[in-house]
Structures are given as structure tokens and as C-alpha cells.
Design a protein around this ligand. Structure first.
Ligand SMILES: *Cc1c(COP(=O)(O)O)cnc(C)c1O
Length: 372
């Protein structure tokens, strides 16, 4: 089946009790036992499993082509679960430009727990290879990466991980299952912030880990989910599943529009540099063409001048909302260095842009007046 069909149907069926076409939200925390003690519908207590969560997990499993998925209350909880599946003394190789919260978890929480981490530029395969130690159990990759949308070669990173006897985990949030299939590149686990494109409407926080195969790692993640308890609510799961139904069409439009906006900005005299893997001049373009179906809805732009000049542009746009996060229907713009604070390596004149579903010509006209 094609991914559009999977997005509409996986995890969703007409309710046999009512004929309802749209899935119900089941807030029940507890489920009835048969007289013989069995649970005919498979659910006992909502921390262990629940109908809306099972539906969401089935959908992501099908979208990524995995064996099973484990949903969490946020991607940070999902990321944390992956690190908890390791043991103190283990070593992780992670991208220096990993999602801010992922780096923070490793540095400020798991380091104290005994997990060692080396942060490298994942576009430099030699650096990845050099970072591997005998205790390396996990290589974490994220492509395209925030906020410069650098593209790393997942197949080759996967080969390095395999040779080291380590697992490859790919945070596939920015690419989504529509543009990139990390299991084909050898990933063992895929992590998503369902908060972004999967939910797609900036109204739900969630995370999920999809496992390529059944086995002890998946079981460990399931135990961390059910015993740890950082589970998403039925309504959260329902919202994400609703978002997924239109995911392929949203992501394709956002990718198409992002390329148009990036091309416009790239030719603008007030623009110093555009970071978008879809531009042929981008250093990651060739790998992105091999690895991705399209180039995604995220781009960053550096305006000639400093932080004030960039912030003046962000103050002048009318259609872009100045806010963090991404993947919703509305376009967002963010002055990245000020949100990252002191010590950031993000250029002071950089604006990060999430392309929504507005007409691309309106977005281009808005940028045009803001840059005038
Ligand atoms: C937003 C994001 C996360 C964290 O998601 P939360 O649901 O806010 O915890 C992790 N990885 C990437 C790439 C993200 O963009």
C-alpha cells in the first residue's frame, strides 16, 4: 500500500458497536475482565495500554515499516526512554547539533547516571568513526538537523554503528516518514516528535519510538513506557492520529513551498545565506537527493547585518508568527540565537522559518515587504 493510504487507514476502523466512521476517544483508565479473568479486548489499565494509544502506535508502525511502536507524552520522554534502555557505563555518539533537549538530557541528566556521550558533526563521517569507543552502544542521528538543516548520510552512519556493534537511532522529526525512511538506511529505532508534522496543527505534544524489529530492546522500551508512566493521553493520541491522515499532503506542499521561498530568499540582495537542503548549492544537497523524497518544510536564512537587522525583519513580517516549534499549518519564524541564549553557536543574524500551508506567493510577498 502507498503511504497516503497507510496514513488514512492504519490504526483506524469503523467502530463495530456504533458504525462511527471517526474513532472515538476512550478516556477509560480501566477495562473489564471476563469471569474467567481474561481481558478479551487486550487492555487492562491505561498506563499499560489503551485503545487510542494502540491505534496511534499501529499507525506509526505502518508508516515507518517497523515491527512496533511505543508512544510517549512528548518526544523528550521518548528520547529519555531510549537512553534509559542503555546501562550506566555505556557510551553514546550524538550530533553536536542534536535537538537542544536531546543534548540537554545527555549532558545534564544521563551524564550523572553514568552514560557517556561524545558530540560530533555527523556530516563528517571520519569524526563519527573516531568518536566510537569499545563501550559505544548507540549512535544518535538527526537529519536534516536544526537550525542549519545539515544533512548527514544515514546509511553510512548506520554502517559505522553496525561495525561498532552499536544501535543506530534516527530522530526523523524534521523529515517525517513521508520524506525519509531510516529503517532502509539501517536504523534500529526511529524517534518522532509527533508534536511537529505528525500532529501538524500546533495543538498536541507527543513522542514515539518505532522499533525495526521485535526483541529485547523493544520489550525494554515497552517496560520503560508502562512502568515509567510518561504516556500520552487518549485525546493527545487521537489528535496525532487525526493529523496523520493528511500528513503526506501537508508535508509535500510544505516542501514544495519551502523550496520556492528558499529560492526567492537565495536571490535577495539583503540575504547573506539560505540554509535549505533543496538548494543545489547546499553542501548536503546530493546526500539529501539520495536520502529524501523532497527537502522538507524547514529553512533558515541569514540576513546581512547583525541580530538587530534579523530581528527587525522578524518584526516586520505579517504572515509569519514569531514563535518556536514547527510543522503546523501556519508559518512560524524564530530568531534562533536569542532562544538558545548565551553560548549558542547559531549565527546572530539567523532566522529559522517553518513553512506552513499558506500560498507560497503570499509568503514570498510578505518576506519581500519585510526585506524592503
Ligand atoms: C521538538 C523536537 C523534539 C522534542 O519534542 P517534544 O515533544 O517537545 O519533547 C525532539 N526532536 C526534534 C527534532 C524536535 O524538533
Amino acid at each position: 500500500m502507498r503511504i497516503e493510504t497507510v496514513a488514512v487507514h492504519a490504526g483506524v476502523q469503523v467502530d463495530p458497536a456504533t458504525g462511527a466512521v471517526t474513532p472515538a476517544i476512550h478516556p477509560s483508565t480501566t477495562f473489564e475482565r471476563d469471569p474467567d479473568g481474561s481481558f478479551p479486548h487486550g487492555h487492562i489499565y491505561a498506563r499499560s495500554s489503551a485503545p487510542n494509544r494502540a491505534a496511534l502506535e499501529a499507525s506509526l508502525t505502518a508508516l515507518e515499516g517497523g515491527a512496533d511502536a511505543v508512544a510517549f507524552a512528548s518526544a523528550s520522554a521518548a528520547t529519555s526512554a531510549v537512553f534509559l534502555s542503555l546501562a550506566p557505563g555505556d557510551h553514546v555518539v550524538a550530533p553536536v547539533d542534536a535537538y537542544y533537549g536531546t543534548g540537554k538530557l545527555l549532558r545534564e541528566i544521563y551524564a550523572g547516571w553514568g552514560l557517556a556521550a561524545t558530540f560530533v558533526d555527523m556530516t563528517d563521517l571520519g569524526a563519527v568513526e573516531k568518536a566510537v569507543r569499545p563501550t559505544t552502544r548507540l549512535v544518535w542521528a538527526e537529519s536534516p538537523s536544526n537550525p542549519l538543516w545539515k544533512v548527514s548520510d544515514l546509511s553510512r552512519i548506520g554502517a559505522i554503528a553496525r561495525a561498532a556493534g552499536a544501535r543506530l537511532v534516527v530522530d526523523n522529526t524534521t523529515a517525517t516518514p513521508i520524506l525519509q525512511s531510516p529503517f532502509k538506511a539501517g536504523a534500529d529505532l526511529i524517534v518522532h516528535a509527533t508534536t511537529k508534522y505528525l500532529g501538524g496543527h500546533s495543538d498536541v505534544l507527543g513522542g514515539i519510538v518505532v522499533a525495526r524489529e521485535r526483541g529485547s530492546l523493544l520489550e525494554r522500551l515497552r517496560t520503560i513506557q508502562t512502568a515509567g508512566g510518561a504516556v500520552p493521553s487518549p485525546f493527545d493520541c487521537w489528535l496525532v492520529l487525526r493529523g496523520i491522515r493528511t500528513l503526506p499532503y501537508r508535508v509535500r506542499a510544505q516542501s514544495e513551498h519551502a523550496l520556492k521561498v528558499a529560492t526567492f530568499l537565495d536571490a535577495h540582495p539583503r540575504v547573506e545565506r539560505v540554509h535549505y537542503p533543496g538548494l543545489p548549492s547546499n553542501p548536503g544537497h546530493e546526500v539529501a537527493r539520495r536520502q529524501m523524497a523532497m527537502f522538507g518544510g524547514m529553512l533558515s536564512v541569514q540576513i546581512h547585518g547583525g541580530a538587530e537587522t534579523a530581528m527587525a525583519v522578524a518584526a516586520k513580517v505579517r504572515l509569519f508568527t514569531r514563535a518556536t516549534s514547527f510543522g503546523g499549518t501556519e508559518s512560524l519564524m524564530e530568531h534562533r540565537a536569542s532562544i538558545e541564549g548565551p553560548g549558542t553557536t547559531t549565527p546572530a543574524n539567523l532566522l529559522r522559518v517553518s513553512i506552513g500551508l499558506e500560498h507560497p506567493d503570499d509568503l514570498i510577498e510578505d518576506f519581500s515587504q519585510a526585506l524592503a
